[in-house]
Design a protein around this ligand. Structure first.
Ligand SMILES: Cc1cc2nc3c(=O)[nH]c(=O)nc-3n(C[C@H](O)[C@H](O)[C@H](O)COP(=O)(O)O)c2cc1C
Length: 352
Protein backbone atom coordinates (compact mmCIF):
# COMPACT_ATOMS: atom_id res chain seq x y z
CA UNK A 1 0.00 0.00 0.00
CA UNK A 2 1.38 3.40 -0.89
CA UNK A 3 1.56 5.82 2.00
CA UNK A 4 0.15 9.23 1.15
CA UNK A 5 2.74 11.89 0.38
CA UNK A 6 3.65 13.68 3.62
CA UNK A 7 4.12 17.04 2.02
CA UNK A 8 1.52 17.23 -0.69
CA UNK A 9 0.37 20.83 -0.44
CA UNK A 10 -1.19 21.19 -3.85
CA UNK A 11 -4.94 21.60 -4.24
CA UNK A 12 -6.66 18.25 -4.11
CA UNK A 13 -6.90 16.21 -7.29
CA UNK A 14 -10.40 15.40 -8.54
CA UNK A 15 -11.42 11.91 -7.37
CA UNK A 16 -11.80 10.67 -10.96
CA UNK A 17 -8.15 11.42 -11.70
CA UNK A 18 -6.83 9.26 -8.87
CA UNK A 19 -6.86 6.08 -10.92
CA UNK A 20 -9.14 4.24 -8.53
CA UNK A 21 -7.08 4.60 -5.34
CA UNK A 22 -8.68 7.36 -3.36
CA UNK A 23 -6.09 7.13 -0.59
CA UNK A 24 -3.35 8.18 -3.01
CA UNK A 25 -5.00 11.60 -3.07
CA UNK A 26 -4.58 12.09 0.69
CA UNK A 27 -2.24 14.94 1.48
CA UNK A 28 -0.60 13.14 4.39
CA UNK A 29 -1.48 10.30 6.82
CA UNK A 30 -2.80 12.54 9.65
CA UNK A 31 -6.53 13.00 9.16
CA UNK A 32 -9.35 14.85 10.86
CA UNK A 33 -11.95 12.51 12.42
CA UNK A 34 -15.64 13.25 11.95
CA UNK A 35 -17.25 14.97 14.94
CA UNK A 36 -20.92 15.89 15.12
CA UNK A 37 -21.55 19.56 15.82
CA UNK A 38 -17.88 20.32 15.17
CA UNK A 39 -16.49 19.23 11.78
CA UNK A 40 -18.75 21.49 9.75
CA UNK A 41 -17.60 23.35 6.65
CA UNK A 42 -15.83 26.09 8.70
CA UNK A 43 -13.92 23.75 10.99
CA UNK A 44 -12.96 21.54 8.04
CA UNK A 45 -11.62 24.54 6.15
CA UNK A 46 -9.64 25.64 9.19
CA UNK A 47 -8.14 22.15 9.57
CA UNK A 48 -7.43 22.09 5.83
CA UNK A 49 -5.42 25.27 6.36
CA UNK A 50 -3.75 23.58 9.34
CA UNK A 51 -2.61 20.66 7.20
CA UNK A 52 -4.99 17.77 7.99
CA UNK A 53 -4.50 15.03 5.37
CA UNK A 54 -8.18 14.17 4.83
CA UNK A 55 -11.30 15.86 6.23
CA UNK A 56 -14.53 14.08 7.14
CA UNK A 57 -17.82 15.81 7.92
CA UNK A 58 -19.96 15.06 10.92
CA UNK A 59 -22.57 12.33 10.39
CA UNK A 60 -25.42 13.57 8.23
CA UNK A 61 -28.85 11.97 8.00
CA UNK A 62 -29.53 10.72 4.48
CA UNK A 63 -33.26 11.21 5.14
CA UNK A 64 -32.62 14.77 6.33
CA UNK A 65 -31.02 15.56 2.97
CA UNK A 66 -33.90 14.00 1.08
CA UNK A 67 -36.42 16.03 3.09
CA UNK A 68 -34.47 19.07 1.91
CA UNK A 69 -33.81 20.29 5.43
CA UNK A 70 -31.81 23.51 5.08
CA UNK A 71 -29.85 22.71 8.22
CA UNK A 72 -28.87 19.29 6.89
CA UNK A 73 -27.84 20.68 3.51
CA UNK A 74 -25.57 23.16 5.26
CA UNK A 75 -23.79 20.21 6.87
CA UNK A 76 -22.61 18.86 3.51
CA UNK A 77 -21.18 22.11 2.16
CA UNK A 78 -17.58 21.89 1.02
CA UNK A 79 -15.28 24.92 1.09
CA UNK A 80 -13.84 26.11 -2.17
CA UNK A 81 -10.55 24.71 -3.46
CA UNK A 82 -9.82 22.27 -0.62
CA UNK A 83 -6.22 21.09 -0.44
CA UNK A 84 -7.29 17.88 1.26
CA UNK A 85 -9.86 15.31 0.23
CA UNK A 86 -13.22 16.06 1.83
CA UNK A 87 -15.67 13.26 2.62
CA UNK A 88 -19.27 13.55 3.72
CA UNK A 89 -20.37 10.98 6.27
CA UNK A 90 -23.92 9.70 5.84
CA UNK A 91 -26.10 7.48 7.97
CA UNK A 92 -29.41 5.84 7.32
CA UNK A 93 -31.12 2.48 7.48
CA UNK A 94 -32.19 2.33 3.83
CA UNK A 95 -29.61 1.92 1.07
CA UNK A 96 -31.89 3.85 -1.32
CA UNK A 97 -31.87 6.88 0.96
CA UNK A 98 -28.09 6.90 1.05
CA UNK A 99 -27.86 6.43 -2.72
CA UNK A 100 -30.24 9.32 -3.32
CA UNK A 101 -28.54 11.51 -0.73
CA UNK A 102 -25.19 10.86 -2.41
CA UNK A 103 -26.37 12.87 -5.43
CA UNK A 104 -26.47 15.96 -3.23
CA UNK A 105 -23.07 15.06 -1.79
CA UNK A 106 -21.61 14.87 -5.29
CA UNK A 107 -23.01 18.30 -6.16
CA UNK A 108 -21.11 19.88 -3.25
CA UNK A 109 -17.79 18.75 -4.70
CA UNK A 110 -16.99 16.21 -1.97
CA UNK A 111 -14.43 13.56 -2.94
CA UNK A 112 -16.10 10.58 -1.24
CA UNK A 113 -19.05 9.31 0.75
CA UNK A 114 -18.31 7.79 4.15
CA UNK A 115 -20.80 5.56 5.94
CA UNK A 116 -21.10 5.69 9.71
CA UNK A 117 -20.96 2.18 11.18
CA UNK A 118 -19.77 3.28 14.58
CA UNK A 119 -22.41 5.53 16.12
CA UNK A 120 -23.29 4.09 19.54
CA UNK A 121 -26.20 6.47 20.24
CA UNK A 122 -29.48 4.68 21.09
CA UNK A 123 -31.66 6.75 18.76
CA UNK A 124 -29.40 5.76 15.84
CA UNK A 125 -28.80 2.06 16.62
CA UNK A 126 -32.50 1.50 17.38
CA UNK A 127 -33.16 2.18 13.70
CA UNK A 128 -30.52 -0.35 12.68
CA UNK A 129 -27.94 2.31 11.71
CA UNK A 130 -24.50 3.19 13.07
CA UNK A 131 -22.85 0.47 15.14
CA UNK A 132 -25.92 -1.80 14.83
CA UNK A 133 -24.84 -2.53 11.25
CA UNK A 134 -21.74 -4.30 12.62
CA UNK A 135 -23.84 -7.03 14.24
CA UNK A 136 -24.53 -8.79 10.95
CA UNK A 137 -21.49 -8.69 8.60
CA UNK A 138 -23.30 -10.63 5.85
CA UNK A 139 -26.10 -8.05 5.82
CA UNK A 140 -23.51 -5.27 6.02
CA UNK A 141 -21.82 -6.57 2.88
CA UNK A 142 -25.11 -6.52 0.96
CA UNK A 143 -25.92 -3.06 2.33
CA UNK A 144 -22.56 -1.59 1.30
CA UNK A 145 -22.51 -3.40 -2.05
CA UNK A 146 -25.86 -1.93 -2.98
CA UNK A 147 -24.72 1.56 -1.99
CA UNK A 148 -21.42 1.20 -3.84
CA UNK A 149 -23.25 0.17 -7.02
CA UNK A 150 -25.73 3.01 -6.70
CA UNK A 151 -23.38 5.96 -6.23
CA UNK A 152 -20.72 7.46 -8.43
CA UNK A 153 -18.41 8.70 -5.69
CA UNK A 154 -15.83 6.52 -3.91
CA UNK A 155 -17.20 4.84 -0.78
CA UNK A 156 -15.47 4.57 2.62
CA UNK A 157 -16.62 3.43 6.05
CA UNK A 158 -15.87 4.24 9.67
CA UNK A 159 -16.59 1.60 12.28
CA UNK A 160 -15.85 0.46 15.81
CA UNK A 161 -14.29 -2.89 16.73
CA UNK A 162 -17.71 -4.47 17.20
CA UNK A 163 -20.90 -4.30 19.20
CA UNK A 164 -19.38 -5.56 22.43
CA UNK A 165 -16.45 -7.57 23.75
CA UNK A 166 -18.43 -10.74 22.97
CA UNK A 167 -19.28 -9.53 19.49
CA UNK A 168 -15.96 -8.34 18.08
CA UNK A 169 -16.98 -8.50 14.43
CA UNK A 170 -14.28 -6.16 13.17
CA UNK A 171 -12.44 -8.69 10.95
CA UNK A 172 -15.69 -9.83 9.32
CA UNK A 173 -16.91 -6.25 8.85
CA UNK A 174 -13.60 -5.18 7.27
CA UNK A 175 -13.91 -8.14 4.87
CA UNK A 176 -17.48 -7.06 4.12
CA UNK A 177 -16.27 -3.53 3.31
CA UNK A 178 -13.52 -4.92 1.08
CA UNK A 179 -15.91 -7.22 -0.78
CA UNK A 180 -18.30 -4.32 -1.26
CA UNK A 181 -15.57 -2.25 -2.92
CA UNK A 182 -14.91 0.34 -0.20
CA UNK A 183 -11.75 2.42 -0.49
CA UNK A 184 -10.73 2.16 3.14
CA UNK A 185 -11.99 1.36 6.63
CA UNK A 186 -11.42 3.76 9.50
CA UNK A 187 -11.55 2.04 12.90
CA UNK A 188 -12.25 3.68 16.25
CA UNK A 189 -10.65 1.04 18.50
CA UNK A 190 -13.55 0.61 20.91
CA UNK A 191 -16.73 -1.47 20.89
CA UNK A 192 -20.16 0.10 20.89
CA UNK A 193 -20.66 -1.14 24.46
CA UNK A 194 -17.55 0.71 25.60
CA UNK A 195 -18.82 4.06 24.42
CA UNK A 196 -15.82 6.28 25.16
CA UNK A 197 -14.62 4.37 28.20
CA UNK A 198 -11.35 2.53 28.56
CA UNK A 199 -8.63 2.85 25.95
CA UNK A 200 -8.82 2.40 22.19
CA UNK A 201 -7.49 -1.07 21.34
CA UNK A 202 -4.54 -0.36 19.08
CA UNK A 203 -3.40 -4.01 19.39
CA UNK A 204 -6.58 -5.08 17.64
CA UNK A 205 -6.29 -2.30 15.05
CA UNK A 206 -2.75 -3.58 14.30
CA UNK A 207 -4.06 -7.12 13.91
CA UNK A 208 -6.83 -5.94 11.58
CA UNK A 209 -4.29 -4.06 9.48
CA UNK A 210 -2.14 -7.19 9.15
CA UNK A 211 -5.07 -9.19 7.78
CA UNK A 212 -6.90 -6.54 5.77
CA UNK A 213 -6.85 -6.32 2.00
CA UNK A 214 -7.75 -2.63 1.91
CA UNK A 215 -6.27 0.46 3.61
CA UNK A 216 -6.94 0.72 7.33
CA UNK A 217 -7.15 4.04 9.15
CA UNK A 218 -6.53 3.82 12.91
CA UNK A 219 -8.38 6.03 15.36
CA UNK A 220 -8.80 6.56 19.07
CA UNK A 221 -7.07 8.45 21.87
CA UNK A 222 -4.35 10.15 19.83
CA UNK A 223 -3.61 13.25 21.86
CA UNK A 224 -0.05 14.18 20.96
CA UNK A 225 2.15 14.36 17.91
CA UNK A 226 4.37 11.63 19.38
CA UNK A 227 1.41 9.28 19.78
CA UNK A 228 0.19 9.99 16.25
CA UNK A 229 3.58 9.25 14.71
CA UNK A 230 4.28 6.22 16.93
CA UNK A 231 0.86 4.60 16.40
CA UNK A 232 1.10 5.19 12.66
CA UNK A 233 4.43 3.42 12.39
CA UNK A 234 3.94 0.73 15.08
CA UNK A 235 0.52 -0.40 13.87
CA UNK A 236 1.36 -0.18 10.17
CA UNK A 237 -1.98 1.48 9.44
CA UNK A 238 -2.21 3.59 6.31
CA UNK A 239 -3.24 6.75 8.17
CA UNK A 240 -4.47 7.86 11.56
CA UNK A 241 -7.56 9.91 12.36
CA UNK A 242 -7.45 12.48 15.12
CA UNK A 243 -10.60 13.83 16.73
CA UNK A 244 -10.52 15.32 20.21
CA UNK A 245 -6.75 15.80 20.03
CA UNK A 246 -7.29 18.34 17.25
CA UNK A 247 -9.76 20.31 19.36
CA UNK A 248 -7.29 20.78 22.16
CA UNK A 249 -4.38 21.26 19.77
CA UNK A 250 -5.49 22.43 16.30
CA UNK A 251 -1.79 22.72 15.37
CA UNK A 252 -1.41 18.94 15.68
CA UNK A 253 -1.58 18.25 11.94
CA UNK A 254 1.13 20.77 11.08
CA UNK A 255 3.25 19.42 13.90
CA UNK A 256 2.71 15.82 12.72
CA UNK A 257 4.08 16.57 9.28
CA UNK A 258 7.08 18.26 10.84
CA UNK A 259 6.55 21.91 10.05
CA UNK A 260 8.32 24.36 12.34
CA UNK A 261 5.83 25.22 15.09
CA UNK A 262 7.29 28.70 15.58
CA UNK A 263 5.93 29.75 12.26
CA UNK A 264 2.40 28.82 13.20
CA UNK A 265 -0.42 31.12 13.94
CA UNK A 266 -0.86 32.13 17.58
CA UNK A 267 -4.13 31.14 19.34
CA UNK A 268 -5.38 34.69 18.70
CA UNK A 269 -4.68 34.47 14.99
CA UNK A 270 -6.32 31.06 14.80
CA UNK A 271 -9.40 32.29 16.65
CA UNK A 272 -9.63 35.32 14.35
CA UNK A 273 -9.38 33.12 11.26
CA UNK A 274 -12.07 30.77 12.57
CA UNK A 275 -14.31 33.77 13.28
CA UNK A 276 -13.76 35.02 9.73
CA UNK A 277 -14.89 31.64 8.38
CA UNK A 278 -17.89 31.39 10.74
CA UNK A 279 -19.08 34.85 9.70
CA UNK A 280 -19.37 33.72 6.09
CA UNK A 281 -21.71 30.85 7.00
CA UNK A 282 -23.67 31.56 10.17
CA UNK A 283 -25.85 34.14 11.82
CA UNK A 284 -24.66 35.99 14.90
CA UNK A 285 -26.13 33.52 17.40
CA UNK A 286 -24.49 30.45 15.86
CA UNK A 287 -21.21 32.27 15.26
CA UNK A 288 -21.05 33.05 18.97
CA UNK A 289 -21.88 29.45 19.92
CA UNK A 290 -19.11 28.00 17.70
CA UNK A 291 -16.59 30.63 18.74
CA UNK A 292 -17.18 30.06 22.46
CA UNK A 293 -16.70 26.31 22.06
CA UNK A 294 -13.51 26.75 20.09
CA UNK A 295 -12.01 29.25 22.53
CA UNK A 296 -12.91 27.03 25.48
CA UNK A 297 -10.99 24.06 23.99
CA UNK A 298 -7.94 26.23 23.28
CA UNK A 299 -7.58 27.43 26.87
CA UNK A 300 -7.69 23.98 28.53
CA UNK A 301 -4.66 23.39 30.71
CA UNK A 302 -3.66 27.04 31.12
CA UNK A 303 -3.92 28.62 34.55
CA UNK A 304 -7.24 30.47 34.81
CA UNK A 305 -8.90 28.37 32.07
CA UNK A 306 -11.96 27.44 34.15
CA UNK A 307 -12.61 31.10 35.03
CA UNK A 308 -12.15 32.11 31.39
CA UNK A 309 -14.63 29.47 30.23
CA UNK A 310 -17.35 30.57 32.62
CA UNK A 311 -16.75 34.25 31.82
CA UNK A 312 -17.28 33.49 28.09
CA UNK A 313 -20.89 32.59 28.79
CA UNK A 314 -21.64 36.06 30.15
CA UNK A 315 -20.23 37.86 27.13
CA UNK A 316 -22.86 38.49 24.53
CA UNK A 317 -21.11 40.20 21.64
CA UNK A 318 -18.44 38.89 19.32
CA UNK A 319 -16.19 41.86 20.09
CA UNK A 320 -16.34 41.17 23.82
CA UNK A 321 -15.64 37.48 23.24
CA UNK A 322 -12.68 38.10 20.99
CA UNK A 323 -11.24 40.80 23.23
CA UNK A 324 -11.56 38.57 26.28
CA UNK A 325 -9.84 35.69 24.47
CA UNK A 326 -7.03 37.94 23.22
CA UNK A 327 -6.37 39.23 26.73
CA UNK A 328 -6.28 35.65 28.06
CA UNK A 329 -3.90 34.37 25.39
CA UNK A 330 -1.60 37.38 25.71
CA UNK A 331 -1.42 36.76 29.48
CA UNK A 332 -0.35 33.11 28.96
CA UNK A 333 1.75 33.65 25.82
CA UNK A 334 5.02 33.06 27.72
CA UNK A 335 3.86 29.60 28.86
CA UNK A 336 4.42 26.36 26.94
CA UNK A 337 1.41 24.88 25.17
CA UNK A 338 -0.49 22.73 27.73
CA UNK A 339 -0.34 18.94 27.39
CA UNK A 340 -3.49 16.93 26.73
CA UNK A 341 -2.90 14.19 29.27
CA UNK A 342 -4.16 10.68 28.50
CA UNK A 343 -5.67 10.50 32.00
CA UNK A 344 -7.96 13.48 31.27
CA UNK A 345 -11.59 12.78 30.44
CA UNK A 346 -12.56 15.11 27.64
CA UNK A 347 -15.73 14.85 25.54
CA UNK A 348 -16.53 11.26 26.37
CA UNK A 349 -19.50 10.96 24.04
CA UNK A 350 -20.08 11.27 20.35
CA UNK A 351 -21.50 9.67 17.23
CA UNK A 352 -18.80 7.19 16.31
C1 LIG B 1 -18.19 15.28 20.02
C2 LIG B 1 -17.92 14.08 19.16
C3 LIG B 1 -18.70 13.86 18.04
C4 LIG B 1 -18.45 12.76 17.23
N1 LIG B 1 -19.18 12.60 16.09
C5 LIG B 1 -18.88 11.60 15.23
C6 LIG B 1 -19.56 11.48 13.98
O1 LIG B 1 -20.42 12.29 13.63
N2 LIG B 1 -19.22 10.43 13.18
C7 LIG B 1 -18.26 9.51 13.53
O2 LIG B 1 -18.00 8.59 12.78
N3 LIG B 1 -17.59 9.63 14.69
C8 LIG B 1 -17.88 10.65 15.53
N4 LIG B 1 -17.17 10.78 16.68
C9 LIG B 1 -16.10 9.83 16.99
C10 LIG B 1 -14.75 10.36 16.52
O3 LIG B 1 -14.69 10.46 15.12
C11 LIG B 1 -13.63 9.41 16.99
O4 LIG B 1 -13.86 8.14 16.45
C12 LIG B 1 -13.55 9.30 18.50
O5 LIG B 1 -13.70 10.55 19.14
C13 LIG B 1 -12.21 8.68 18.95
O6 LIG B 1 -11.14 9.44 18.42
P1 LIG B 1 -10.35 10.57 19.27
O7 LIG B 1 -9.90 9.91 20.55
O8 LIG B 1 -9.22 10.98 18.37
O9 LIG B 1 -11.31 11.65 19.56
C14 LIG B 1 -17.41 11.85 17.54
C15 LIG B 1 -16.66 12.08 18.68
C16 LIG B 1 -16.89 13.17 19.48
C17 LIG B 1 -16.04 13.39 20.70
Amino acid sequence: MNRPNLYNNQSVLPAESLGGNLIDGARNPFWLAPMAGITDVCFRQLMDEMGAGVLVSELVSAKGLLYNSEKTHKMIEVHSKPKSLVGIQLFGEMEEDIINAAHYVKETGAAFVDINLGCPVKKVVKKGCGAALMRDPAYLEMFLTKIKRGIDLPLTVKMRTGWSHDELTIHECVTAAYNAGCEWVAIHGRTRAQGYEGRADWGLITEVKQRAKLPIIGNGDIRTVGEAQRLLSDSGVDAVMIGRGALRNPWIFKECIGLDTNEFESPCKLLDRYLELLRTKYDLRNTIIFLRKFASWLVYGYPGAAGFRSSMYHLLTINELVQNAHIFFERVSHLPKPKFESSEIFMASGHG
